[in-house]
Ligand binder design. Structure first.
Ligand SMILES: Nc1ncnc2c1ncn2[C@@H]1O[C@H](COP(=O)(O)OP(=O)(O)OP(=O)(O)O)[C@@H](O)[C@H]1O
Ligand SMILES: [Mg+2]
Length: 262
């Protein structure tokens, strides 16, 4: 059996409000992410997906429960986690290569080493010809690939992606999903990926965690038993559509519950 990488045990997260009350964003969240596993989190908007991912990244304190990474409680951000958000957050004044190696600079890697590592990563994401381009000279999809390369540069034990392809057009998005799976196979990362897109979650994940409406709890964990490697055509197969329909049904039920409580 592979050792658990991440273990979330009854995690609750709340935001204090100015009037002294608090919003409970996540409640009793139990999840285990194994080494090299690809886990997607889906759920209605506002259910606490980003909040939960923020806690794993160490940007967000938890208000109850336990959250362990590699056996140690998470206390703040760290180089063992690479984070990618919806909008590529590259430094506009740095070239693609210099964006990728930013974390290595901070960590004090010698210049030669970080440049060769940066080039290797740009190659991995298919951008070796663009190392001297600035972000405004790259398309949205390319910028997001630089972002992924930057997160990988620090060799994190866990990659956290929050709607990383949300701002991309449908075609680029599909291509990026395929690319991410290829990178994942090559680097053997452990990934937690948050998305609104059910098809995206089924296509990528070993298991999809469906969250309830706020306060976000786990509604169901759906194991995706589709073979890998997964070509894009798999999305058109009956087995794929069956998973999609099933998860969609769970989310619709959650949305209906939400309507009844508003
Ligand atoms: N800084 C904050 N202060 C108060 N409440 C907050 C804060 N950030 C988030 N919330 C609340 O916590 C809940 C969860 O927010 P979160 O951003 O985690 O949801 P989400 O599932 O990522 O939504 P989306 O799919 O729209 O990105 C929401 O109801 C939101 O209003
Ligand atoms: Mg979010």
């Amino acid at each position: 059996m592979t050792a658990a990488k991440l273990h979330s045990d009854n995690v609750s997260i709340s935001y204090p409000l100015k009037n002294g009350e608090e919003v409970i964003a996540v409640k009793d969240f139990n999840m285990t992410v194994k080494e090299k596993e690809f886990v997607c989190i889906v759920g209605p908007s506002g259910c606490g997906k980003s909040t939960m991912l923020g806690a794993v990244a160490g940007f967000q304190d938890i208000s109850g429960g336990n959250l362990h990474l590699n056996g140690k409680p998470i206390k703040g951000a760290g180089r063992d986690r690479g984070v990618v958000f919806q909008q590529a957050s590259l430094f506009p004044w740095r070239t693609a290569l210099n964006n990728v190696i930013y974390g290595l600079e901070l960590a004090g890697f010698p210049k030669q080493d970080r440049q060769s590592k940066g080039r290797e990563l740009l190659k991995l994401v298919g951008l070796e010809a663009f190392e001297n381009h600035y972000p405004n000279q790259l398309s949205g999809g390319m910028q997001q690939r630089v972002n992924v390369a930057r997160a990988l540069a620090i060799e994190p034990s866990l990659m956290l992606l929050d709607e990383p392809f949300g701002a991309l057009d449908a075609q680029t998005r599909e291509f990026m999903q395929l690319e991410l799976l290829r990178i994942w196979e090559e680097t053997k990362q452990t990934i937690i990926f948050v998305t609104h897109d059910i098809a995206e979650s089924v296509y990528l994940a070993d298991k999809v965690i469906v969250m309830t409406a706020r306060p976000g709890m786990i509604c169901e964990e759906v194991k995706i038993e589709l073979p890998r490697p997964r070509p894009l055509e798999l999305k058109r197969s009956p087995e794929f559509m069956e998973y999609e329909k099933y998860i969609w049904g769970l989310i619709v039920k959650e949305k209906e519950k939400e309507k009844q409580t508003v």
